[in-house]
Design a protein around this ligand. Structure first.
Ligand code: PLP
Length: 392
């Protein structure tokens, strides 16, 4: 056992010693205006979560969840394939299918497991799966577990993708998997080009919309709406219910045949429990709210533009982000830790991201960030606070 556990745990021990540790902090309460009460820190402005549309606690979503608890309780006591399929699962799947303009949809108990289940089901060791270098870990794990030949192309680089697809030594069927919005960098995949290349080289295309559903496109319908592309651009439309949608779980939308396959052979349908009923009801109600209240998406887009301008005005760069995720590069990982700590001391819930590329702060400037009491008071100073330059 001893050999399995390293002596020093990554940078955790050092961060604790330096008084810069800020992970697993306990949130005691969600407060209005995107604020949270954090144990040992008091009230903070939440800029580290993904409440893109400010939907958590929406009365219609809470009520839908409560109604379903009255009807089914809180669990299913079984996997989807055997005894765990409830009417609420089917209702949610019909809603996702219509929201994503697909024939059908199938849901799973986590976004992570949705990617693993789908990829493992679709490709095998005789095939090839091609991914963007910055794709989410759940995609990477799905590819590895599938045993397919796993090839990566340079981030959002279409020449690099084409040279992978051209390579005639790669075996079998080809599946290209990309994030729609990259979760660390906040930039958007060049979907028109990716889709053209997939068609030209006969590859199927799967897109992960964890950070684009409810977020991009004029009415929040995601990546196809953002680019004005037809609904059949993406073959396997994957997404989660854990970011803009205040629940948990994931989906794949696509053809009837695809969903039939995932229902009967996806590991997430056979070997693990489905979405708990209140979570399924919350996801369904949240999609209905997104459809009914498009002003939420407009406000998110306005806020994103506003915050980007504020950061630019003081010379802060945020890579190629085009969404509400702002990666503020701050040199090495220690510098990022120190800058994050300086933000936290000023009441901003912002965390550093430790990466092999560089250390950075990741800020998610969601719908309700602006207009909160804290933000209004500090608006002019905000970018300086992030830089750690304000002397107040
Ligand atoms: C791009 C992407 N895909 C998938 C996931 C996994 O989703 P979930 O947290 O709902 O399991 C995440 C979560 O961070 C993500 O960012």
């Amino acid at each position: 056992m001893k050999e399995l556990i390293p002596e020093a745990l990554w940078h955790v021990d050092d961060a604790k010693k330096a008084g810069l540790y800020f992970y697993h902090e306990v949130i005691e309460e969600y407060l209005p205006g995107n604020r949270v009460k954090v144990a040992g820190h008091g009230e903070m402005l939440m800029l580290g979560g993904y409440s893109y549309l400010g939907l958590n606690g929406h009365p219609a979503i809470n009520a839908a969840s409560q109604r379903v608890i009255e009807k089914y309780g809180t669990g299913t006591h079984g996997v989807r394939m055997l005894s765990g399929t409830l009417e609420i699962h089917r209702q949610l799947e019909a809603k996702v299918a219509s929201f994503k303009d697909a024939e059908a949809a199938v849901t799973f108990s986590s976004g992570f497991f949705t990617n693993v289940s789908a990829i493992v089901c679709l490709v095998s060791p005789e095939d090839t799966v091609v991914c963007d270098k910055l794709d989410h870990t759940s995609i990477v794990d799905g590819c590895r577990l599938s045993g397919a030949k796993y090839v990566r192309f340079a981030h959002n680089d279409m020449d690099s993708l084409e040279s992978c697809l051209k390579d005639s030594s790669l075996p079998g069927k080809r599946l290209v998997v990309v994030d729609a919005v990259f979760s660390m960098d906040g930039d958007i995949i060049k979907l028109p080009e990716v889709s053209d290349l997939c068609r030209r080289y006969g590859a199927a295309l799967m897109v992960d919309e964890a950070h684009s559903i409810g977020v991009i496109g004029r009415t929040g319908h995601g990546i196809e709406e953002h680019f004005g592309l037809p609904a059949d651009t993406v073959d396997i439309k994957m997404g989660t219910f854990s970011k803009a949608i205040p629940s948990v779980g994931g989906y794949v939308a696509g053809s009837n045949k695809l969903c039939e396959l995932l229902r009967h052979q996806g590991r997430g349908s056979i070997y693990t429990a489905p979405l708990p009923p209140p979570a399924a009801a919350a996801a369904l109600a949240a999609i209905e709210v997104i459809e009914r209240e498009p002003e939420r998406v407009r406000m998110l887009h306005d806020n994103t533009r506003y915050f980007a301008d504020r950061l630019r005005s003081v010379g802060l760069s945020f890579l190629n982000s085009q969404t509400a995720i702002f990666p503020i590069v701050c040199g090495d990982n220690w510098q990022a830790l120190r800058m994050a700590s300086s933000c936290q001391r000023r009441g901003l819930y912002i965390q550093d991201v430790q990466s092999r590329r560089f250390g950075f702060l990741r800020i998610c400037f969601a719908r309700r960030s602006r207009g909160s009491r804290w933000y209004t008071k500090h608006d002019k100073l905000m970018p300086c606070v992030i830089c750690g330059n304000n002397q107040e």
